[in-house]
Design a protein around this ligand. Structure first.
Ligand code: PMP
Length: 391
C-alpha cells in the first residue's frame, strides 16, 4: 500500500468560529449587502441542475431584464465578479483583428483595452481628460473615422467618479455597424439605463454595489445583434470558462439546459433576493434614492469646504463620489480615523486619482440618510483633528 506518514500538525489552519467585525462600507465597493440578501445565502443548498434551482435562475434573468430595461432573452449572471463579466463580453464579442474602440476615463477603460488585446482585438484608445468624460462629438468623429466592431464605454468610472453619457450614440453605432458594450459595475440600479431604448448591445455589471449583494455574480446582457455576431464567429472564443454559448446553455438561452459549471448556488440565492428588492422598490425610486443621497452627501461635504474632483456637474457620478484631498490634509490619517473611530470605510483614490481624492460610495443598501450623515461627521472629525477646520 501507500506509505503512511506522520501528519504535519504544526500548521492546522483556522479553528473556532469565524470572527468578522461589523463595518460600514462606504468606499467604492463592496457596499454592505441587504440583510435579506445575506439571509438568503444561508438557505440549504440545492443541486445546480435541480428544477427549483433552475427556477431561481429564471427569476434572476427576469430581474435582470427589468434592471437593464430589455426584452432580450439574453441575460444571465456570470459566476464570478465584475471582471468575469468584462472578460465574458470581450472574449465572446471580439474576434482576432476586430477594431475595438475603448473609451478611457480611468482604470476600467485601461483594463478593457488590455483585455481586448489579449483576445487579439485591434484596440483604439480614446482618452478622456482626467476627471471628465468623452463628448458626443469626439465619440461621433472617431466612430465615423474608424468604424470599430465594438465601442466600449464605462458608464460609471469608479476610479475617477465620472458618469459617461450614452446619449445619441445608438444612431451613429447603427451607421458604423458598431456594437456598444457598457460597463455598469458601479452604476446598475443606481443611475438610469435603458438597454433596448438606447440600443446598447452588451452590458456587464457587478453584484456588490448598487444591487446590495455579495461579490461573486456578474449581471450580463447581450442584444440580438451581439448574439448574432457571437454566433457568426469563425473560431470559438479563447476561453472555455467564459464561453457564452456554453454558459447560455446552462441558463436556458437556447432551450435545453446543459451543465457547464456548478453555479454558485448560495450566491445565486442572494442575487434572486437582490432582484426581488429591486422589483419591490421600483427602478425609478431606486435611481431617485441614489441621486438624493448623493446630493445630501455633497451638501454636507461642501459645508466642510470639501470640493468635488469632477468639475462638471454633468460628468459627476452619483454612486461613486470623488472628493479632492485638500492642500495639507493627510488623507491616510483621515481614512484611518474614520475606521478606528466609526468602523467606517472611506476609500482613497485608485490609478490616476491615487493620492488625489477620497472616494465615497453611495450604493444600494448603504444609500440612506443616516449613512450620508455619518460620512460627513467622519470627515468633519478627521479635518478637525488635523486643524483643518475651525472648531
Ligand atoms: N468596473 C468598474 C467600474 C468597477 O468599479 C469594478 C469594481 N471596482 C469593476 C469593473 C471590477 O469588478 P470586480 O472587482 O467585481 O471584478
Amino acid at each position: 500500500g501507500e506509505p503512511v506518514q506522520a501528519i504535519n500538525e504544526t500548521n492546522r489552519g483556522p479553528s473556532g468560529i469565524i470572527n468578522v467585525p461589523t463595518r460600514l462600507l462606504m468606499g467604492p465597493g463592496p457596499a454592505n449587502a441587504h440583510p435579506r440578501v445575506l439571509a438568503a445565502q444561508t438557505l440549504p443548498l440545492l443541486g445546480h441542475m435541480h428544477p427549483p434551482f433552475l427556477k431561481i435562475m429564471d427569476e434572476i434573468q427576469g430581474g435582470l431584464r427589468y434592471l437593464m430595461q430589455t426584452d432580450s432573452k439574453y441575460t444571465l449572471m456570470v459566476s464570478g465578479t465584475g471582471h468575469a463579466g468584462m472578460e465574458a463580453c470581450i472574449a465572446n464579442l471580439v474576434e482576432p483583428g476586430d477594431k475595438v474602440m475603448v473609451g478611457v476615463s480611468g482604470i476600467w477603460g485601461e483594463r478593457v483595452a488590455d483585455m481586448s488585446r489579449r483576445f487579439r482585438g485591434n484596440v483604439i484608445e480614446l482618452q478622456a481628460q482626467l476627471g471628465s468624460t468623452l463628448s458626443y462629438t469626439t465619440l461621433k468623429e472617431n466612430l465615423l473615422q474608424h468604424k470599430p466592431a465594438v465601442l466600449f464605454l464605462c458608464q460609471g468610472e469608479s476610479s475617477t467618479g465620472t458618469h459617461q453619457s450614452l446619449a445619441g450614440l445608438s444612431e451613429i453605432c447603427k451607421q458604423t455597424n458598431t456594437l456598444l458594450l457598457v460597463d455598469t459595475v458601479c452604476s446598475l440600479g443606481g443611475v438610469p439605463l435603458f438597454a433596448d431604448a438606447w440600443c446598447v448591445d452588451a452590458i456587464y455589471s457587478g453584484s456588490q454595489k448598487c444591487l446590495s449583494g455579495p461579490p461573486g455574480a456578474a449581471p450580463l446582457f447581450f442584444s440580438q445583434k451581439a448574439m448574432d455576431k457571437m454566433q457568426r464567429r469563425k473560431e470559438v472564443p479563447a476561453t472555455y470558462n467564459l464561453d457564452l454559448n456554453l454558459i447560455g446553455d446552462y441558463w436556458g438561452w437556447f432551450g435545453k439546459r446543459f451543465y457547464h459549471h456548478t453555479g454558485p448556488v448560495s450566491t445565486f440565492y442572494a442575487m434572486r433576493e437582490a432582484m426581488a428588492l429591486v422589483a419591490e422598490e421600483g427602478l425609478e425610486n431606486m435611481w431617485r434614492r441614489h441621486n438624493e443621497m448623493h446630493h445630501q452627501l455633497w451638501d454636507g461635504l461642501k459645508s466642510l469646504g470639501l470640493q468635488p474632483f469632477v468639475e462638471n456637474d454633468a460628468d459627476r457620478l452619483s454612486t461613486v463620489n470623488t472628493i479632492k484631498v485638500p492642500e495639507g490634509v493627510d488623507a491616510m490619517a483621515l481614512i484611518k480615523n474614520a475606521m478606528d473611530k466609526y468602523d467606517l470605510e472611506i476609500a482613497g483614490g485608485l490609478g490616476p486619482t491615487a493620492g488625489k481624492v477620497f472616494r465615497i460610495g453611495v450604493m444600494g443598501f448603504n444609500a440612506k440618510p443616516q449613512n450620508m450623515a455619518l460620512v460627513v461627521e467622519a470627515f468633519k472629525d478627521g479635518l478637525k483633528q488635523q486643524g483643518k477646520l475651525k472648531a
